[in-house]
Design a protein. Structure first.
Length: 399
């Protein structure tokens, strides 16, 4: 009996020690995020090197993107907006005279995008002449109720909000220090330390310094990681603001049919987005977008709206369903008539296969990679900048 009790106490002691060690190390990582202004450090490093980086957390990049936008504003004439669905869209997709910064942010919905675009048009309209704005029906952003938000994109305005978010993120990290994702991340970090030739130096760098050493991406672009996840993988934002998505795997051809079938199901997020308002776009959103486009045009600017690409055959499958087809058709017709009435153009890239996109140029049904976006916007701007131009309304490749 005494031997059994001793064994139980030994096991409990080992478990307690491992739990305490895990908690301590994860709190050290959380303290690092709070001790350094990683947004400012990452922005300054990218400004100097034109390399790939981001500041944690990866799902809240607004402070970093605002700092980068302010740094780039004197060298660009076009800004891309949106959520992660537009993050891979880079300068290579546009004519050479367009100097682009991709200001898209994780989870950024259209009501917020409008406020950002209005701020840029008001404060930097003398230098920014193109606003590239997604009308993301597939995620429901074009149907959202409420009024657009007011934005302040000055570095000073984000300081207090950044501190609040930073504290919130650290408190969340403390709360989740013993969660499975945090433990898996910690195990990966410790494995990296053990693989290092200089283990003490590697431990000190990860737990007590703000970033990794600089290294090179496969294409030779310099990279530096200011977060402890995805280290050495060249994950983050390029100098033009576009995301590398290098931690994601492209869809394989064998996966396409299954992904499309699931995405077109009546229970999918795309179906739910259409059902929410029976495919009726928000009149408040459309009114503000039209007003923005007309004011911007008075100062010599152009607003280009677009439907982000979806994985090939998904849109056509949705249109053929009895539960989503009528809603999607109605939504597109309303937007087409709105654009014609207001003299605006919407690049309709939803049926990405019409632009030559392939399933392997997506990481899931609604996140297109650069190769697809390059095909879409290269074709569009060739028509858009031609002498005959593009007529107001929806622009489709088949047309």
């Amino acid at each position: 009996m005494d031997a059994s009790r001793s064994y139980v106490f030994l096991v409990l002691g080992v478990c307690g020690a491992l739990t305490a060690l895990t908690l301590t190390l994860n709190l050290l990582l959380a303290a690092s995020d709070m001790r350094f202004d990683k947004n400012a450090l990452a922005s300054a490093w990218q400004s100097k090197t034109h390399g790939v980086t981001y500041a944690p957390p990866i799902n809240y990049n607004r402070p970093f993107k605002i700092l980068r936008l302010n740094d780039r504003i004197g060298t660009i004439n076009a800004v891309i907006f949106g959520s992660s669905t537009t993050m891979s869209l880079g300068e290579n997709a546009f004519p050479s005279f367009m100097k682009v910064y991709n200001f898209a942010q994780s989870g950024e919905y259209l009501l917020s995008v409008i406020g950002d675009a209005e701020y840029i048009a008001q404060h930097w309209g003398n230098s920014v002449k193109f606003l590239i704005i997604p009308l993301d029906w597939s995620l429901g952003f074009i149907y959202d109720p409420g009024a657009p938000l007011t934005a302040d994109l000055s570095p000073a305005a984000i300081a207090s909000a950044q501190n609040e978010v930073g504290l919130s993120a650290v408190l969340s990290r403390v709360k989740d220090a013993l969660s499975l994702p945090q433990i898996k991340n910690l195990l990966g970090i410790l494995a990296e330390v053990l693989r290092s030739k200089h283990k003490l130096a590697a431990f000190r760098q990860i737990f007590f310094e703000p970033s990794s050493e600089e290294y090179s991406c496969p294409d030779g672009t310099p990279a530096r990681d200011f977060a402890t996840i995805y280290r050495g993988l060249c994950v983050g934002f390029r100098y033009d603001g576009s995301a590398t998505f290098s931690n994601e795997r492209p869809v394989q051809p064998s996966q396409q049919q299954l992904l499309v079938a699931a995405a077109a199901a009546e229970s999918s997020q795309y179906s739910q987005a259409l059902k929410r308002t029976a495919g009726e776009p928000s009149p408040v959103i459309l009114s503000r977008l039209a007003a923005l486009a007309h004011r911007f045009a008075e100062d010599g600017g152009k607003v280009v709206f677009f439907f982000p690409p979806l994985i090939p055959s998904l849109e056509q499958k949705l249109l053929k369903t009895h539960y989503d087809g009528p809603y999607l058709a109605h939504s597109k017709e309303v937007l087409n008539q709105w654009a014609k009435r207001e003299g605006l153009v919407i690049l309709d890239a939803g049926a990405s296969e019409q632009f030559g996109c392939k399933p392997t140029e997506f990481i899931d049904p609604h996140h297109a990679l650069p190769d697809c976006y390059n095909k879409v916007f290269t074709r569009f701007f060739k028509a858009y900048m031609s002498p005959q131009g593009v007529a107001p309304g929806l622009y489709r490749a088949a047309g």
